[in-house]
Design a protein around this ligand. Structure first.
Ligand SMILES: [Zn+2]
Length: 52
């Protein structure tokens, strides 16, 4: 499950890609890259087990 909550550099949390307060670009509140890699690694390990 991916969180849709994003955070602006001004500290505001929003669901939009552009901050409604300062019009700045928002980012995912969590480092999606790390969680995605972790998730893929988990699936890779599971797939390996299944194939063997
Ligand atoms: Zn902002």
């Amino acid at each position: 499950m991916v969180s849709k909550i994003r955070k602006c550099s001004c500290g505001r949390y929003t669901l939009k890609e552009v901050c409604p307060v300062c019009a700045g670009e928002t980012m995912h509140s969590r480092p999606a890259r790390f969680s995605l890699e972790d998730r893929y690694g988990k699936y890779r390990r599971m797939a390996k087990k299944t194939l063997l």
